[in-house]
Structures are given as C-alpha cells and as structure tokens.
Design a protein around this ligand. Structure first.
Ligand SMILES: Cc1ncc(COP(=O)(O)O)c(C=O)c1O
Length: 330
C-alpha cells in the first residue's frame, strides 16, 4: 500500500486478511451498514454488492453510469445522496464495463463523501489490470479520504488464483477492528498456506506486473477486434479488468439473454447477459437488454477456439431455423 499508493497503513491494526475480496467486502458492509442505511452503487454493477447490502439491512441506491462511455454524471450522483446515505461502493477498474474511473470522477465522489460524511467502500481487485497507460488510483489517496475509506482487494485476479481465497480489507483501525470481529465470526481465518504464498506473490518484481498488463491488453485487443468483425458495437474499449461489455449488433432484434442462450447452446461459448448487471428502472435503461459481457481471462488457444465457434454461429444466422435469423426477419 505504501509502495503503490503512498498510503501509510499500520499492518497490525489497519489490515484484515479475509477469504477473498468477497468476504472482505461482506464483512466491511456488515461493519459499516445498519438497518435502513442507504448505500450508493454505480450501475451497471458486479452482482454481489447488492446481496451483501440487503443482508445487512441496508438499502441499495443505484446511480446510473451513462453509456456508451459509462461516464459519471456528477449531478445524478449528488441528487442520490440523502441524510441516510452511509457509504458509496466504488469498483474501479470496473466489472462489467472495464471502465477505470478518472481522477476527476474520483475527486467528485471523494468531495461528496467528505461533504456528506460517508464511507467509500472500494473493490480494487483489478488494480493491476489496466491498459493504454491508464493508471489505477485508489480513492483513499485523495484528500480527506483515507480516514473514511475501506479498500478491499485480493490475490485472485492479479495472480490468477481465484481458488486460493486470499483477500483483504484496509481501513482505519476502528473500522478494521469491527471488520476483523465479523471476519472471525464468518470464516475465522483465511487459508494459512496461501497467506504464506501471498507474501511471496506480492513481492513479485515489477516485471511481473508489467507482463500481466501486456498479456491482458493483447487479449483485450484480440477480443475487441473479433467482436467488432462480427458486428458488435464496441464504442467503449475497456481501460482495465478482464471484460469487454459489448453492445449487440444494431440490426439484431434478439435480446442479450436470447443471444447468450444461442451462444451457449449452439457454439459452446459462455458469456453473461448484460441485464444481470443493471439495476435501475428498466423504463429509463432502454439499453439494459443490449449488452453482453465477454471475459478474456482465458488462454490464447481457448480465445481462438471461441472466436472460431462464434464466427461459425454468426454465419449460421443466415440459415433457416436460427433464432438470430428469426429475430432479424421479424
Ligand atoms: C469486481 C469483482 N470483485 C470481486 C470479485 C471476487 O474476488 P475474490 O475472488 O477475491 O473474492 C470478482 C470476481 O469475479 C470481481 O469481478
């Protein structure tokens, strides 16, 4: 934390090692949120946040990011705060869009948190996976924020070890202590052998982190190019994470769910329908059934095979009986 972000964190009091970011986040929410507290989230959002907030008795309030670039409208953000707002959840680099929040956007969120006396609870699991010279900034580094930020992250994505279940929460000592008490009640301890391994992993030389970015950037470029050649609209090229959030081709009338079903059943390729990430009023989000999330954290061989199978499926759309074709003809 000191080396990457210049944050002065006491390892004995300000850090809680958990079973992945998932547990760190849940424990942070249980520590910070009481019955009836409102928690702001940016929409679209990773699915697990809302469940944790609901389990804690909190009320999720979504602030939509504006497509196609998923920009933050500061006016919408400010209007979402009430006297009951207790925290803002911030995930950057962002799942599902691949957005990296800009310094200006983070300053606006930080200013609002300070003004409204709220916590920021972050999910920074993709902190090392950023592209095109984009740099991840932790909101905790902005003025007035360290004392009100809970950073959560993990080994899962940086070292491709999602099954090791090592994550952490870094927070001011008083809230870290509450998170630790909850962590002890939920899981008692994260796996000890993998904590030892984490020490080695986190001391990897800079070349490892450079390689990680370069490798994923090449995979991002491959998938963006492949999807564009099939007619997908990718106006926003992911700046980080391992996802492309692609808009269905303009002339396809089928929904995200119909396309993904067709893709799984007829091409053997799994993607996630965008509707699972959107939460705001469907009447306002007319685009909620138009996006599909593709993950590119796969080997080159798997990505090539998926590209070939998707290409074949898209050719098949011209054949009778294809759902895609039926929809086009409608
Ligand atoms: C945004 C985000 N946060 C957290 C996680 C889960 O992280 P962990 O394995 O550390 O629990 C994921 C996994 O897909 C994710 O995409």
């Amino acid at each position: 934390m000191r080396q990457n972000y210049g944050l002065d964190i006491n390892p004995l009091t300000d850090v809680v090692i958990c079973c992945g970011q998932s547990e760190a986040f849940a424990a942070a929410i249980f520590a910070a949120i009481n019955q009836g507290d409102e928690v702001l989230l940016f929409d679209p959002a990773y699915e697990t946040y809302e469940s944790c907030i609901a389990l804690a008795g909190g009320i999720p309030v979504y602030v939509p990011l504006d497509p196609p670039y998923w920009t933050l409208n500061v006016d919408k953000l400010m209007k979402s705060f009430t006297s009951r707002t207790k925290a803002v959840v911030l995930n950057s680099p962002h799942n599902p869009t691949g957005k990296v929040f800009s310094k200006e956007e983070l300053q606006a969120i930080a200013g609002a948190c300070c003004k409204m006396d709220c916590f920021a609870i972050t999910d920074e699991v993709y902190e090392y996976i950023t592209f095109d010279m984009q740099k991840h900034i932790s909101i905790a580094t902005l003025p007035g924020m360290q004392e009100r930020t809970v950073i959560t992250s993990s080994l899962s994505k940086t070292f491709s070890v999602t099954g090791w279940r090592i994550g952490w929460a870094c927070a001011p000592a008083s809230i870290a202590s509450a998170i630790r008490s909850i962590h002890v009640k939920i899981t008692d301890s994260a796996p000890a052998p993998f904590q030892e391994a984490a020490v080695t992993a986190l001391q990897s030389p800079p070349a490892y982190f450079k390689f990680l970015k370069a490798e994923y950037e090449a995979k991002r470029d491959f998938v963006v190019q492949m999807l564009s050649s099939l007619g997908f609209q990718i106006r926003f090229k992911p700046q980080g994470s391992v996802f492309v959030f692609a808009e269905l081709p303009e002339n396809w009338l089928l929904s995200d769910l119909e396309f993904v079903t067709e893709l799984i059943e007829n091409a053997g390729v799994a993607a996630v329908p965008g509707c699972g990430f959107f939460h705001a009023d469907p009447n306002v989000q007319e685009y909620r059934n138009r996006y599909v999330r593709f993950a590119f954290c796969k080997s080159e061989a798997t990505l090539n095979a998926a590209a070939q199978k998707m290409g074949e499926l898209c050719k098949l759309q011209r054949m009778p009986g294809s759902l895609i074709r039926k929809k086009i003809l409608e």
